[in-house]
Design a protein around this ligand. Structure first.
Ligand SMILES: Nc1ncnc2c1ncn2[C@@H]1O[C@H](COP(=O)(O)OP(=O)(O)OP(=O)(O)O)[C@@H](O)[C@H]1O
Ligand SMILES: [Mg+2]
Length: 524
């Protein structure tokens, strides 16, 4: 479909680009063409080379071979600053904001307006920021401290900063990984206002529905090489996925229904926190995946955090295998065999300067070895198993975690929890930032774990994932459980109905919540 006559003028061209890191060939003979006035999606599995290519374009790394052209002219950025001056702005997968500075200070960092040589012109700084934010229709206070903003608003600050340079090309590396639907819509509006003849956007994401909505064309890369570029209007999602992973994957299989006969391993009753949770009760059964669904802010993450003692619960009783237990800290939870993979694993879960094997296996092996003495081969054997099972893309077990691609870093954190051999695992957004192929591997692994008798609580904002994986689904709204659904009654519509139910609105429903003790959950 290349016969379309409009907007075919190339804005940015990449040709024959190679890039290697020690032990890793990240890009080989890569090419790409961004046209004037278009949004080009760039997709590929974790570790395919997307971020590396963007880092070459934004002057962070330099290419080993090949060349770029911007607006028909040779383009060779010597540094990130140089790239900005030449017209390429990037929003990185990892945020680059300074948490203790304000919104305005972050946007204009390094080019603050001054009075005289030294004095910072604070008023002009804030006024400039306010004007920019206004122009972008972003409702943010220039004086707010960035570290205190929500992740979504921090993302908006990143975008405001990138657009403040008036770029010709805006690169977004997984801009929506942490955003909810409304925030994604805001972001897409911003993008639509930005693209016009003479500008363009490269948009990296693992979310296919989103790419369908925003992109004009999609370029697929695999293992550092160019595969194909398709027109979005005619491309089918399964075809794009097949090009990405180089094989067809089954995204249909669903678990069998309720496991009412299974022993209840964990019972939570009347869990309550000061801010949000109101009498949350549920059972987790042996060998089951219990999905937690709900809108952003419904309290799913809060349940997990209060349960493992990461936040303080005001009230609530937890019973483990029939015995009452007290869990005051995540360490208590871990000792009882309850593992918690937090939603914010980049910040809490990964030791960036440690190597892959230490990240995966060190904390697991500590339990079994004396006084910090760990046999290297045991560590390697354990780490190696999970690197294989999750297909973590790394040249060796000794690679430093910060050198892995974003998605592969996430897999390392998941591997760490799997290696710990807990009976109960709580996963908050386990596949965020993970490519479609790798998602299937994680699903497969979760199923195997339940087959071995482990029980899993899975919090996810992706309904298809909840529907595919859960034996039962706990639906939450405004800090309460509004319904527990069996796999066979769980549908997208059903879940959305209970997720948007005001819990006090419909007392009749309370009778059939399926929350009564004695394992009657889900039977009405
Ligand atoms: N600084 C570095 N040192 C060593 N290897 C690196 C470095 N940066 C990237 N790599 C490797 O290059 C390959 C491509 O990584 P890249 O970050 O470009 O992947 P990606 O497509 O962005 O993946 P994701 O979807 O997980 O973000 C990976 O194998 C990664 O481990
Ligand atoms: Mg990346």
């Amino acid at each position: 479909m290349s016969g379309v006559a409009t907007m075919t003028e190339p804005l940015l061209e990449v040709e024959g680009v190679d890039k290697s890191f020690p032990g890793v060939r990240a890009l080989h003979d890569m090419r790409l063409e961004l046209r004037s006035g278009e949004v080009l999606a760039l997709v590929g599995e974790n570790g395919a080379g997307k971020s590396t290519l963007m880092k070459l374009l934004s002057g962070i790394h330099s290419a080993d071979a090949g060349h770029f052209r911007l607006g028909g002219e040779p383009y060779q950025p010597a540094s990130p600053r140089h790239a900005l001056e030449l017209g390429i702005s990037i929003i990185h997968q990892e945020f680059n904001l300074v948490p203790h500075l304000t919104v305005a200070q972050n946007i204009f960092i390094g080019r603050e307006p001054r009075r005289g040589r030294l004095l910072l012109d604070e008023r002009k700084l804030n006024a400039d920021a306010a004007e920019l934010l206004d122009r972008l229709h972003l409702r943010l206070d220039p004086r707010a401290v960035v570290g205190e903003l929500t992740v979504a608003n921090q993302q908006m600050v990143e975008i405001a900063k990138a657009l403040s340079y008036d770029p010709r090309v805006l690169i977004m590396d997984e801009p929506t990984a942490a955003l909810n639907d409304a925030e994604v819509a805001t972001l897409h509006e911003l993008i639509r206002r930005f693209v016009r003849p003479g500008t363009g956007v490269i948009y990296i994401s693992h979310r296919m529905e989103e790419i369908k909505r925003i992109a004009d064309r999609v370029t697929v890369i695999r293992d550092g090489e160019y595969i194909d570029t398709l027109d979005m209007a005619t491309a089918a999602t399964p075809d794009i996925i097949a090009l990405m992973v180089g094989r067809a994957i089954d995204t249909e299989a669903r678990p069998e229904g309720v496991r009412a006969d299974r022993e209840v391993v964990l019972r939570v009753e009347g869990l309550r926190t000061r801010d949000l949770l109101k009498d949350v009760s549920f059972d987790l059964r042996h060998g089951e995946i219990l999905g937690f669904a709900g809108l952003m802010g419904a309290g799913r993450t809060e349940v997990a955090r209060a349960l493992v003692g990461a936040d303080k619960a005001e009230a609530g009783a937890v019973t483990l295998h029939g015995e009452p237990v007290r869990i005051a800290t995540p360490a208590d939870a871990a000792k009882l065999g309850i593992g918690y993979l937090s939603e914010d694993r980049k910040r809490f879960g990964l030791l960036l300067d440690q190597d892959v094997k230490a990240n995966i296996a060190l904390s697991a092996l500590r339990q079994f070895t004396k006084a910090g003495f760990v046999r290297d081969c045991a560590l390697r054997a354990k780490a190696d198993r999970y690197v294989g099972a999750l297909r973590i893309k790394t040249p060796s077990l000794d690679q430093t975690a910060k050198n892995l691609s974003g998605g592969n870093q996430q897999k390392v954190v998941i591997a760490k929890w799997l290696a710990k051999d807990c009976d109960i695992l709580i996963f908050d957004e386990p596949t965020r930032g993970i490519d479609v192929g790798a998602k299937e591997e994680i699903y497969q692994l979760l199923r195997e774990l339940t087959g071995q008798g482990k029980s899993i609580i899975m919090i996810s904002s992706e309904l298809p994932e909840i529907l595919r994986m859960s034996h039962r689904v706990v639906v939450m709204s405004e800090g309460r459980v509004t319904r527990v659904l069996d796999a066979d009654e769980a549908t997208q519509e059903n879940i959305m109905h209970y997720a948007t139910l005001r819990p006090d609105e419909n007392p009749a429903d309370a009778a059939e919540l399926g929350l009564a003790p004695e394992g009657k959950a889900g039977q009405s």
